[in-house]
Design a binder for this molecule. Sequence first.
Ligand code: ATP
Length: 300
Amino acid sequence: IMDRVSVVVPSRTLRIVGPIGEGNFCQVQKVEQPHPKGGKRYAAMKSCHKVEGEIDSQTGRNVSIEMLHEARILAGFTDYTYITMFYGVCYDEPIPKLVMELCPYGSVETYITDKSCHVSVPEKVLMIYDIACGMSHLEDIHCVHRDLATRNCLISVRGVVKIGDFGLTRQERELQSEKTRFNEFKAPVRWMAPECLNRNPVFSNKSDVWAFGMTIYEIFSDGLRPYDDDSEMKVIAKKIRAGITPELPPHCQGESKTPRGAIIAMKLSWAKNPRSRPPFRFLKTRILNFGRRYPSCSPY
Ligand code: ATP
């Protein structure tokens, strides 16, 4: 995998500043490293709990290989305006590490659920615009993210929302040949499109579009989990397979809470037939157009 990742960061050049967060399989720390153009910069360093090649006994996953895979995907992007910037891979210790841009304001999930900061409608529109732009880039280069949700969208130093966590991302062509089923232990069922919950799941940019609809829902409901009252089994059985999409919570109905354009974007994203869902490049333009109605909401 690492043949194609050219940026190798020696571990001795990294100084750990402190912890940022911990997922099921990885921890993320703030580090200081030399800036390629001179001076120093802060970065986020992701390391998994397993040494290279070690299999997680509970899930059967080879987590360190998955992280190197994530590094390869990150290194392959050509535009990092709306995607967390890749800095390199630290490969000289038993536990490999991924070094990337530090997003100091954390995830969109944390931000919108924090009751102390009221997020305005224009700000929410800008957030979904940024996410649509990032996803549009993935679509252009034929990458399928497979885990789009507010928890995986990060707020960068300039306030731009960037797509992060590419652990489950695949190239479109890899998905065609990949026989293994999506790891059920980690499946983000509430964000997954109906065609991904079948015996032979079909992931595509269109299933990412479905998850984008769920991400808009999270943002405009101030962080409600999709189908929050139901168990995951119930979500699969009743709602997604039967084509029932989440209802807009009462407090986000009305133009002043959720612009009509955002509601239309959600509905279009949740078309049962994947081919009827619009591409991200269309959604991006649509959001830009309805966003113009909010004077403080122009990305330019
Ligand atoms: P999962 O349980 O989904 O596998 P994970 O182990 O892949 O999670 P992440 O969710 O990617 O780990 O990251 C753990 C924490 O670190 C999260 O709170 C996330 O918001 C934060 N984080 C990840 N990348 C960055 C970054 N570049 N800048 C700032 N914070 C980050």
